[in-house]
Design a binder for this molecule. Structure first.
Ligand code: FES
Ligand SMILES: [Fe+2]
Length: 393
């Protein structure tokens, strides 16, 4: 992050603390409960977001070398991403062109070929079928049965995939101006440390929501991360449909007595970047986390969340590993053991019929921006006009 930006953000934080206030949205935002419970909405999300929108897939450092691959079904569409021999990423529908089995599972490295486990159709890293028994498939050639490519883009150490063959994946449009800031982190130089999957009986958006305000930190997280962060101060900026939410550490206030030229804002903050529509990139003072959230099947109240931790250098020694394990444990104690039980209660509460909306206060601007962006992305029909959609209001 540019130093001028760091100074400007630090000043905004200090000003809010001095005036005992925080970032405020223009108005209260009423979010329909049906956003989290409506099967029609879930269906549109699957179609327009999880199939029809680029999704953050991974950091580049998860697939650094030719032959590194990762298969992933979380969006509902089986996807395979592999780094080719030319160093560029290829993405495919992970569907064998014989009878449709998956040609790869999980993640790994050093692949030269993908061999289908069913009848051994074999594909190279560009998805080309390498041979086809002529007597069994007369009239067909290998070229007729390549894996189906889907758009993949890699920029600033981030990877996006869209499960729509032939779609145009425009990263600059997607990032909405966040590009230079992403580039400044040199994410490609990080190392993947650990990934954990969490399956929960709640709508996938509650995973994102719980990161999008800081108000609850002093109460819900008073035993875990509460002592670290300045209570109820957040600084929010929108970048297209994405967002940047600053959660200042209490130590940031020490900068007041230091010369501006030496201010290191990043050391004193957590930053939650929303990568629209279903992912977060979280700066944690000295490392990054990513979160991705997906609905499971056609359920409105079941999701799988993927949390991953990335370190600035590879963790080699036991001491380094213990350090990052402690970080990951704190993350799980905070999010899995404190945030998610409340989210599960919220999901159950939706069914009680207590209210048609939940309310995002003016002091929760990131939530309003996120849900307004979702609504905009879902309210658009194929020809781009705004369509009438029953939001349950
Ligand atoms: S389904 Fe893949 S080889 Fe038959
Ligand atoms: Fe939380």
């Amino acid at each position: 992050m540019e130093h001028a930006t760091q100074v400007a953000l630090t000043k905004r934080v200090i000003d809010f603390v001095d005036r005992n206030t925080t970032e405020l949205a223009d108005a209260v935002y009423l979010n329909p409960v049906s956003t989290y419970t409506s099967p029609e909405q879930a269906e549109r999300e699957r179609e327009l977001l999880f199939r029809g929108h680029p999704l953050f897939f991974a950091l580049s450092c998860e697939l650094p070398k030719p032959g590194d691959y990762r298969a992933d079904d979380l969006s509902g569409v089986p996807i395979l991403v592999v780094r080719g021999n030319d160093g560029r990423l290829n993405a495919f529908l992970n569907v064998c062109r014989h009878r449709g089995a998956k040609v790869a599972t999980g993640r790994g490295s050093g692949k030269r070929l993908f061999v289908c486990p069913y009848h051994a159709f074999t594909y190279d890293l560009d998805g080309r079928l390498t041979k086809l028994p002529a007597e069994g498939f007369p009239g067909l050639t290998c070229d007729d049965r390549s894996l189906v490519k889907i758009p993949v883009a890699e920029r600033h150490g981030l990877i996006w995939v869209q499960a729509t063959p032939g779609a145009d994946l425009d990263v600059d449009a997607l990032l909405g101006g966040l590009g230079p800031e992403m580039a400044s982190y040199n994410l490609a130089s990080y190392s993947h440390y650990k990934t954990q999957m969490l399956t929960k009986d709640m709508n996938w958006k509650l995973v994102i929501d719980t990161f999008l305000e800081t108000w609850h930190v002093a109460t819900l997280h008073r035993e875990t991360v509460g002592p670290i962060f300045q209570p109820n101060v957040n600084v929010f900026d929108a970048f297209g449909r994405n967002g940047r939410l600053i959660i200042p550490r209490r130590t940031m206030m020490e900068l007041k007595s230091q010369p501006e030229s030496g201010w290191d804002f990043l050391e004193h903050s957590a930053i939650v970047y929303t990568l629209f529509p279903n992912a977060l990139l979280v700066w944690q003072g000295d490392h990054f986390e990513t979160w991705r959230s997906f609905p499971v099947g056609d359920a409105t109240a079941k999701c799988v969340a993927e949390a991953a931790l990335f370190t600035p250098k590879p963790a080699v020694t036991d001491k380094e590993k213990r350090h990052w394990d402690r970080n990951f444990d704190l993350l799980m104690r905070t999010v899995d053991a404190e945030d998610f039980p409340v989210c599960l209660d919220i999901q159950r509460g939706f069914g009680a019929g207590a209210q048609p909306h939940i309310t995002f206060g003016r002091n929760e601007p990131a939530l309003g921006h996120y849900h307004r962006s979702l609504r905009e992305a879902l309210g658009r029909d194929a020809d781009g006009s705004t369509e009438a959609f029953d939001w349950g209001t």
